[in-house]
Design a protein around this ligand. Structure first.
Ligand SMILES: CC(C)(COP(=O)(O)OP(=O)(O)OC[C@H]1O[C@@H](n2cnc3c(N)ncnc32)[C@H](O)[C@@H]1OP(=O)(O)O)[C@@H](O)C(=O)NCCC(=O)NCCS
Length: 175
């Protein structure tokens, strides 16, 4: 077991460590352009870091979106990265839990994610076919599109997720 994980909002001095983290967590995928764009956004994002000692062990982003231009606030979770040396020690879980709490407090109705259902299922995410992603997913990713709904608040949402500019790159969705 590693030391205590401190979760806090990302500060400007974290950016260098975040930029070093992503290529190690995702050696075959270049998420840095997306991460940089989201970090540069001045509104509608939540960026949290997990710190162990003085090391940045993980990072998570949430982006506030809408569904079919309705007034409900929802958020998209991602990316999430944990440094290989710190994986399987609860850092990812701590970042997800902390972020979800803040998103619920901020009034989100649901959180969406495109990720491994084996992992996100642990946090109450389940495949969603009411809200569609902004681009057509490959067939084999169908179960990877999931949502977590906060409470029973008015039935399932229907329509297309409307995402801000950093997420409007088909390659992020089409594999
Ligand atoms: C996936 C990732 C974010 C998980 O973070 P983490 O801090 O390692 O995970 P946690 O310690 O919170 O949870 C670990 C548990 O989840 C499981 N787990 C990890 N990745 C999983 C996956 N893709 N599918 C199913 N289970 C997974 C582990 O087996 C472990 O289970 P155990 O506790 O029963 O042994 C991290 O491993 C990572 O950054 N990986 C590389 C980048 C990546 O794939 N990110 C996915 C974001 S969509």
């Amino acid at each position: 077991m590693i030391g205590t994980i401190d979760i806090r909002e990302c500060a400007p001095h974290d950016v260098e460590s975040i930029e070093a983290l992503y290529p190690t967590a995702f050696p075959e995928e270049d998420l840095l352009p997306l991460v940089r764009e989201l970090l540069a956004a001045t509104r509608d994002t939540l960026s949290l870091v997990g710190i162990i000692g003085d090391v940045l062990a993980g990072h998570i982003l949430f982006t506030i979106c809408s569904v079919a231009r309705k007034p409900d606030k929802v958020a998209l979770l991602g990316p999430l990265a944990v440094a290989p040396a710190c994986q399987r020690q609860g850092v990812g879980a701590a970042l997800i839990h902390a972020g979800m709490r803040r998103m619920e407090t901020a009034g989100m109705r649901s959180i969406f994610v495109l990720g491994d259902p084996g992992y996100y299922g642990r946090f109450g995410f389940a495949p969603d076919d009411g809200v569609t992603p902004p681009y057509r997913l490959p067939e084999e990713w169908r179960d990877a599109w999931q949502s977590h709904v906060f409470g029973d608040n008015g039935g399932p949402l229907q329509g297309e997720l409307s995402v801000p500019q950093p997420w409007r790159h088909p390659a992020l969705w089409e594999g």
